[in-house]
Design a protein around this ligand. Structure first.
Ligand SMILES: [Zn+2]
Ligand SMILES: [Zn+2]
Length: 104
């Protein structure tokens, strides 16, 4: 846990707080993150949103569009792309994100 905090503080100084937070969540949620394939990332389709929702990765509001995963959770395109490049699971419910789940 101390190691995780050191990494978090180090990354916060180095880069953005968002990236540090993502690293932190990745480390806590999954000891062995599986990066997604490029094909999976390319298959993330933007969907028009009827209502304003909060993106649970950056906690900012999604105005018009977002990426809906197979499990139903919605995120900013940039946020979920960055996340999935590191870890092929939904950051909220930890369900594995598959090509089939995106296309259904
Ligand atoms: Zn976001
Ligand atoms: Zn989910």
């Amino acid at each position: 846990m101390i190691k995780v905090l050191v990494i978090l503080i180090f990354r916060t100084i180095q880069g953005s707080l968002l990236e540090a937070l993502q690293d932190f969540l990745c480390i806590i949620y999954s000891p062995l993150p599986t990066p997604s394939s490029d094909t999976l990332i390319e298959n993330l389709k933007l969907t028009q949103l009827q209502i304003e929702l909060d993106c649970t990765i950056c906690l900012n509001i999604m105005q018009k569009e977002g990426i809906i995963l197979g499990c139903g959770h919605i995120f900013h395109q940039d946020c979920i792309q960055k996340w999935l490049k590191r870890n092929q699971i939904c950051p909220v419910c930890r369900q594995t994100v598959t090509l089939q789940s995106l296309q259904s």
